[in-house]
Each structure stands twice: as structure tokens, then as C-alpha cells.
Design a binder for this molecule. Structure first.
Ligand code: ADP
Ligand code: MG
Length: 393
């Protein structure tokens, strides 16, 4: 199965150096960490490795140093926070390959983790350079992939080193794969997908893949207007990608063929300009007046979408229903978020902005699985295999 990977228990851990690719790409402000969610997400794997008597050797990227040393992107603040959270020593190494790194690992006492410097200081990392992969692999006896947020990248520290060592998925990666497999492989039905966000071009492949699997596909957000316009509906000055009309029409045709309900907004919240303080008007029809742009789904659409979501047995949500960052245009996203939270079935939310919206609503705890990886979760929804997962096998 595409979403299967070897498990931690398949590896020999006691007394071994275990390379762990984590995603510690946390937001920083003035050198301090503003959100440590990603560090916390790795704790179960690290605790298990420490308890088993392994020496975890951690690899992560941080920001976009683009292949050069950037002082502000050194991982020292991450090492400090990880040490606090784990309550055990974290040794930070200023290199991530070579003799200095090997010596730091060899000198690490039992019970300590060793955190390597930002892997993206090496220009070869994002190219998946073979020599760099081998240099990472030389630091460990085995490899654990736990960076779901980077698992769609064919990078040296993600997939390259994994191919060279006995490998397994960590707990975070395993939980993510388990959640998406529950949605994509043998879901309890009805299965409803909600897609939104700004651009249809970002998510066409997701739409194409999900059409084949879901009972209903809800399309909201900016991308809905390309669908409506392709049907010949007037959408005023709403976000449009006219070069996608043909593809969108073939999605509609395919949906009809396989019997998937493709649901679009039938009323809207509009404004005359793309501004936070623009006056919001409800338009009670599919058509949007000239000069107006739709920035959220309307009240009738909210109710229709929410009802469908509440009655589903499995739900996956990616992409807000409107410009949720602005209060006047956030009601559609709120309604869908609340419906996902109220749904008694299995619910998965992925996508940076959708997860942020869920957080803003205080509903993160009310869904079955909140994905830690926007890009990686989209690729799973596209039906793609992740290099960071296939490399573990
Ligand atoms: P996610 O990160 O959850 O995958 P996207 O990045 O695809 O979501 O889309 C999020 C963005 O889409 C938000 O910034 C939101 O303001 C924007 N958006 C949603 N609806 C509209 C709309 N009707 N017009 C313009 N932008 C929209
Ligand atoms: Mg986004």
C-alpha cells in the first residue's frame, strides 16, 4: 500500500546511532521561537528512541538559507527548546556532516540527543545530492523519517539518506499516513471532501484525484469562481483563472460520469474591492453583479455545505471558504470549520491556512486529525507517493 512504511519497532535501537529527520522548521522572531508545535510533534518518537537506549541524531532544515550559512538560521534556539521539552540533554553540533559531526555523536552520553546544524546550509540538500546523502548516512546506523512536513521533498536528508540505511517511519509520520489512508484507502462512507483556497491551479490535481473517491466534493473559496464562470455564470470581478476553464469543465464531466456530487456556492458575500474594510454584501443568487467580487460563500451555501459535512462518516478539508483572515468574510470558513468539528465521523484537516483557521476558531481539538504538513498533505490528496515515505521501504 502506498501509505505503508516500516515501523520503529522494525529497527534495532539499543546502543545505535539513529538518524532522525524531523521537521523543526519553526517560526522565529528576533531569534526566538514563536510556535513550538513542530518540536512538540517529534517528542513521542524521540522519547521512544531514548527509552530504547538509542542516540538520536537529529536532522532538520530551518527557513530558506538557500545553500549557504545564514547566522540567523542556525538551529541553536531549537536545541534549547527541545532540551526544555524533553527534559534531557540536547547537544547542538555546528556542522551536519563530516568529522566534527561524527565526533560530537561519538562523544554524546547515553540519554542525550544530538541536533545537527541546519541541513539547508548545504547547497546539495534540496537537490538530493548523492554525496551529501552518503555523508548524512555515515552518521547513523539506521534512519527514522518523522518530518511529515518535508516528506514530499526528494532531499538528501529526507529521502537520500533513508535509501542508504535500514529505515522506518517515526510516530508523527505514521500518524499522518494512517490518517490519510483512512480517508483515501477504505473510507467509511459517505466521504465528503471540502476544497477551498485562492487558486484552482494549486489544487486541480487534488480535485481530479478526489473526484474518483469521494461521494461529494465541496468547492468553495476563490477557486469556486473559475468553476462557476466555466459554467457560464457571471462572477463579476471575482478571482478567475480563465486558462483553466477546459480542465475545470472536464472535472465537471468526470464528476457526472462517476456519480460524484460537485457542489459549488449558490450565494455569496461580495465587496466592491479586495480590502479588509470593504463593505460586505450578501448576494442571494449564483450570479455576481459586475464590479463586485466574491470574498466568501453566502448564508444559504454555508447551511448547505455544513449539513452535508455534518452527516458524513469521513471528511477531509483543505482550503478556506473565503478570505477568512478578514472578519467580514470569515463566516463561510467558520461554518465549515464548525461543521467539521461537529461531525461524528472521522475528520482530517490539512493545509496551512485551513489549520490556521481551525486554530483561530479554537476547534483544533475537535477534529480527528490535524495535519502538520500543508504541501505533503496536498500531495497525498493528489494520490502521489511521497519520496520521504517510499525511501523508507
Ligand atoms: P491552505 O493553506 O489551507 O491549503 P490556500 O493556501 O490554498 O489554503 O488558500 C488560502 C487563501 O485563500 C487564504 O489566504 C484566503 O484569503 C484565500 N481565499 C479564499 N477565498 C478567497 C476568495 N474568494 N477570493 C480571494 N482569496 C480567497
Ligand atoms: Mg496556504
Amino acid at each position: 500500500m502506498r501509505l505503508d512504511a516500516p515501523r520503529l519497532t522494525d529497527l534495532e535501537l539499543a546502543g545505535r546511532r539513529v538518524l532522525v529527520r524531523v521537521d523543526f522548521n519553526v517560526p522565529l522572531s528576533g531569534g526566538s521561537i514563536t510556535d513550538d508545535t513542530r518540536i512538540r510533534a517529534a517528542l513521542p518518537t524521540l522519547r521512544e528512541l531514548l527509552e530504547a537506549g538509542a542516540t538520536p541524531v537529529l536532522l532538520t532544515h530551518l527557513g530558506r538559507p538557500k545553500g549557504a550559512v545564514v547566522e540567523e538560521l542556525r538551529v541553536d534556539p531549537v536545541a534549547a527548546r527541545l532540551g526544555e521539552l524533553l527534559g534531557s540533554p540536547v547537544i547542538k553540533c555546528d556542522e551536519s556532516v563530516g568529522d566534527v559531526a561524527a565526533a560530537a555523536i561519538a562523544a554524546a552520553p547515553t540519554g542525550a540527543c544530538v541536533l545537527m546544524e541546519n541541513v539547508r546550509f548545504h547547497p546539495g540538500e534540496t537537490r538530493g545530492d548523492a554525496e551529501l546523502s552518503a555523508a548524512f548516512a555515515a552518521l547513523g546506523d539506521s534512519f527514522v523519517g518523522d518530518a511529515f512536513g518535508a516528506a514530499h521533498r526528494d532531499h538528501s536528508s529526507v529521502s537520500g539518506a533513508a535509501r542508504l540505511l535500514p529505515s522506518a517511519a517515526g510516530h508523527l509520520l505514521e500518524a499522518e499516513l494512517g490518517a490519510f489512508s483512512r480517508v483515501l484507502e477504505e473510507p467509511e462512507r459517505p466521504l465528503v471532501a471540502i476544497l477551498g483556497g485562492a487558486k484552482v491551479s494549486d489544487k486541480l490535481t487534488v480535485i481530479e484525484n478526489l473526484l474518483e473517491k469521494v461521494d461529494a466534493l465541496i468547492v468553495g473559496g476563490g477557486m469556486a469562481y473559475t468553476f462557476l464562470a466555466a459554467r457560464g455564470v457571471e462572477v463579476g470581478s471575482s478571482l478567475l483563472e480563465e486558462d483553466k476553464f477546459d480542465l475545470v469543465r472536464s472535472c465537471e464531466a468526470r464528476a457526472a460520469e462517476v456519480g460524484t456530487a460537485l457542489m459549488l456556492p449558490t450565494d455569496h458575500v461580495v465587496a466592491s474591492e479586495f480590502q479588509e474594510d470593504a463593505e460586505a454584501h450578501v448576494v442571494e443568487s449564483e450570479e455576481i453583479p459586475a464590479g463586485m467580487l466574491a470574498l466568501d460563500i453566502g448564508p444559504a451555501t454555508r447551511d448547505r455545505f455544513a449539513e452535508l459535512v455534518r452527516g458524513a462518516k469521513t471528511v477531509v478539508w483543505n482550503g478556506p471558504m473565503g478570505v477568512f483572515e478578514w472578519d467580514a468574510f470569515s463566516l463561510g470558513t467558520r461554518a465549515v470549520g464548525e461543521a467539521v468539528a461537529a461531525c461524528e465521523g472521522y475528520t482530517v484537516v490539512g493545509g496551512g491556512d485551513s489549520v490556521a483557521a481551525l486554530g483561530k476558531l479554537g476547534l483544533r481539538g475537535a477534529v480527528s486529525h490535524v495535519s502538520t504538513g500543508g504541501g505533503a498533505s496536498l500531495e497525498l490528496l493528489e494520490g502521489k507517493e511521497l519520496p520521504g515515505v517510499s525511501a523508507l521501504r
